[in-house]
Design a protein. Structure first.
Ligand code: 5RP
Length: 233
């Protein structure tokens, strides 16, 4: 196992400490969130955790819940009246717990579930922590297909680069679980990430922005390659 994989795994395992029997759990998207789901699965099998319900943040996560044989625990948002805790990954984190999310194009459902949760816990490896964000990863923005070129132009006018995301395994743009497109926006400079989120969300055609406000994040668990974890509360 690579050292980054190990770092992600220790973060995922640490997150289990914040899960209790009887809870409604929001399950994030991406490789780190999948590691958490597999750890949770082990705890369910060995009886350490029981009577939980799982609300997925994407089709990927939904399929994995079913694949692990946990379909009886699967719930959609309209089947529960609250989420106790959501555990999710991130592409980048700063020291104010602000996040860039949406590398897997699941940002809209993630934000819905993560922000609804009474506790929102982020699990990352140490390579994802930066002094300021976005650093390496552009900001994913979900847009309705009709508006993609207009939104791209408006973003370029704000300064920086904006590109329609294309994926592998399919010709044409990446289509999200909600039937929308993704524009990846790398601003020239960011003075205030909270203000940037607000400005982008006001562009007509934007569904959601992959900037998650640190005030909405309860805790960030950072797994390190040496096998230790640190937590930002
Ligand atoms: C998906 C996400 C993921 O949480 C983010 O991309 C991190 O993924 P990984 O754990 O695979 O690095 O926001 O939309």
């Amino acid at each position: 196992m690579g050292s980054i994989d190990r770092a992600r795994e220790v973060a995922a395992r640490e997150a289990l400490k914040y899960v209790r029997s009887g809870q409604v759990i929001g399950v994030g998207t991406g490789s780190t969130a999948m590691l958490f789901l597999r750890e949770l699965h082990k705890s369910i099998i060995n009886g350490a955790v029981s009577n939980v319900l799982l609300v997925p943040t994407s089709t990927e996560t939904e399929i994995e819940i079913v694949r692990l044989g946990l379909v009886n625990l699967l719930r959609y948002p309209w089947q529960v009246d609250h989420i106790d805790v959501a555990i999710d990954g991130a592409d980048e984190v700063d020291y104010g717990k602000n996040l860039i999310k949406g590398g897997g194009a699941a940002l809209t459902r993630e934000k819905i579930i993560d922000y609804w949760a009474r506790e929102f816990i982020v699990i990352v490896d140490e390579s994802k922590v930066f002094n300021s964000i976005p650093s390496k990863h552009p900001i994913p923005i979900e847009v309705i297909p009709f508006a993609w070129s207009i939104v791209r132009t408006r973003l370029e006018e704000l300064g920086g680069t904006a590109e329609l995301r294309f994926g592998s395994g399919k010709r044409g743009p990446v289509v999200t679980d909600n039937g929308n497109y993704i524009i990846d926006y790398m601003p020239k400079s960011v003075i205030n990430i909270e203000e940037l989120e607000r400005v982008i969300k006001e562009i007509p055609g934007v569904v959601e922005v992959g900037i998650f406000n640190g005030k909405r994040v309860s805790r960030v668990i950072i797994g390190k390659v040496d096998g230790s974890v640190i937590t930002m509360d």
